[in-house]
Design a binder for this molecule. Structure first.
Ligand SMILES: NC(=O)c1ccc[n+]([C@@H]2O[C@H](COP(=O)([O-])OP(=O)(O)OC[C@H]3O[C@@H](n4cnc5c(N)ncnc54)[C@H](OP(=O)(O)O)[C@@H]3O)[C@@H](O)[C@H]2O)c1
Length: 356
């Protein structure tokens, strides 16, 4: 009797989807079964799929054990899961965890380093993948957790972590000597959270966005100035750093024309336009790198404390600006995937899906 399900997308055409049923997996000693409960979808999840091969995002949740061929990929999601069965001491049935999850009913994990804060999945196929994605945090003992802000955490936690680390890295490097920071896809959650962290700390913050998203982006109050992509030629040609979240080749070309050598750094952070931009930018921001540095500088607890403090400051703004739209079940997940993929979700909205 099928009692679980898996959502997958065609690796070579992210708009082609599949929803299959299957049996709940059996557990071996040392494993635990997580029931995927509530997840979010933003442009970041699409980026995982666009970079699925090159950055190995397809490898976190392989489709083959679920009966899917290699043409299908499981785009990773962030959210909450509950322990449904456990064959691991210290991992209790009913425990609620935040982490990286498949678009599926269940996930089998092999917990290691189990303590009051959660555990890591030591499954062999994840061993050489970036470690921050392998951590499952128990809601108990998590300084950033508040039950009434679960949806904010679902949508923003990984994004805000990037924003926090990006702002920290740029500030840590004296803003690379820039007088202005130019941020594309300024209406995206990752971008405006970074702007919120950077505002008033140094250079002028200029957000670039689509014409239809200018009003929303201005209303956030995180940027000194918000312009459309067509306004690049009106920018002051003073020393600048570009933090690229759109990946749009035309915007990069316009900035290079306008700034020439005054464009001191061009850093790829995201690619909401679904065009890989690492090579064109010449430099890529990857949050786990700065995280490792700060773990050394501040210790794990110091980093967690600073993150939680910054998160609670930001959550107050996020709560005001976000319209959480909650769907239910695998078919709502599929619909949200297509809506986010095709850019049909306005920037003030956040898609959450209740699966359990
Ligand atoms: N490097 C890292 O470690 C890291 C970590 C987290 C996120 N990121 C990246 O940051 C980017 C933003 O992610 P997010 O989750 O914060 O995004 P989000 O809030 O879902 O962003 C929505 C915005 O992205 C643009 N957009 C969305 N869909 C689009 C489409 N189909 N075509 C063109 N533009 C589209 C629009 O902004 P505009 O109109 O303003 O362009 C839209 O308002 C992603 O590429 C994500 O992967 C990187």
């Amino acid at each position: 009797m099928p009692d679980s399900w898996t959502f997958a997308v065609a690796r070579n055409d992210l708009s082609r989807t599949s929803l299959t049923e299957g049996a709940t997996p059996e557990l071996a000693a040392g494993e635990a079964l997580l029931r995927v409960d509530r997840v979010g979808l933003t442009a970041n999840n699409i980026t995982y799929a666009v970079l699925g091969e090159s950055m190995r995002y397809w490898r976190f949740f392989p489709g083959e054990p679920r009966g899917l061929g290699p043409e299908w990929g499981l785009p990773p999601l962030w959210g909450f899961a509950e322990v449904a069965e456990s064959a691991t001491p210290g991992v209790e049935v009913g425990q609620r965890l935040y982490g990286y999850l498949p678009p599926a009913g269940h996930l089998v994990v092999r917990p290691e380093r189990v303590d009051g804060t959660g555990f890591r999945d030591a499954a062999a196929h994840r061993a050489d993948l970036p470690s921050p994605y392998n951590a499952y945090r128990s809601t108990e003992g998590d300084a950033a957790y508040r039950a009434d802000r679960e949806d904010l955490l679902i949508l923003f936690r990984p994004l805000f972590f990037t924003s926090f680390m990006l702002a920290d890295q740029v500030a840590d490097n004296d803003f690379h000597g820039a007088r202005q920071l130019i941020i594309s896809s300024a209406s995206s959650k990752t971008a405006y959270a970074a702007a919120h962290e950077l505002h008033g700390r140094g250079p002028r913050l200029i957000g670039l966005t689509s014409a239809g998203n200018v009003d929303f982006t201005r209303s956030l109050g995180c940027y000194d100035e918000v312009l459309t992509y067509d306004d690049v030629d009106t920018l002051d040609p003073a020393p600048a750093v570009y933090l690229d979240l759109s990946g749009a080749p035309a915007t990069r070309a316009a900035l290079r024309r306008r700034f020439g050598d005054l464009l001191l750094r061009d850093i790829a952070v995201g690619l909401t336009n679904q065009v890989p931009n690492a090579e064109a930018a010449g430099e890529v921001f990857f949050a786990p790198v700065q995280m490792r540095k700060r773990r050394q500088d501040w210790g794990r607890e110091g980093l967690d404390r600073r993150f939680a403090e910054a998160w609670h400051r930001f959550a107050t703004l996020a709560e005001k600006s976000l319209d959480v739209q909650v769907g239910s079940g695998p078919s709502a997940l599929r619909q949200s995937w297509l809506d986010v993929l095709e850019g049909r979700v306005p920037p003030n909205a956040g898609r959450v899906v209740q699966l359990g």
